[in-house]
Design a protein around this ligand. Structure first.
Ligand SMILES: [Zn+2]
Length: 108
């Protein structure tokens, strides 16, 4: 057996392919594949781990098309990543300022 170092160097740059079906992640025909929970890269789009996890928890059967669509803001059932991240910040702030509400009970 001859091991060629040159052959190793010439390994073609693999495009990012799905481990489930072998199609490229950004291929048109791959839009119907349901990606694993930890999959964050979809062609030119990269989701944040927290956003993807939350989306997966709510909709574990979302296809690539639906995941990317949600990320971009086309899903009315789930906010886009930017909106979602803002909501997480706001929720944390609300928890910290829990005693800030005023009790305005009107009495005659
Ligand atoms: Zn796939």
């Amino acid at each position: 057996m001859i091991r060629s170092k040159k052959a190793q160097e010439r390994v073609p740059k693999m495009s990012d392919k799905c481990s489930q079906c072998g199609l490229a992640w950004d291929a048109d025909e791959h839009m119907a594949c349901v990606p694993p929970k930890d999959k964050l890269n979809y062609g030119e789009y990269k989701l944040s781990p927290a956003y993807k996890a939350a989306l997966y928890d709510s909709h574990p059967n979302y296809t690539v098309e639906e995941v990317v669509g949600s990320y971009l803001g086309y899903n009315q059932l789930f906010p886009d990543e930017e909106t979602w991240l803002k909501e997480q910040d706001e929720e944390e702030e609300e928890e910290e300022e829990g005693e800030a509400y005023s009790d305005v009970s009107e009495s005659d």
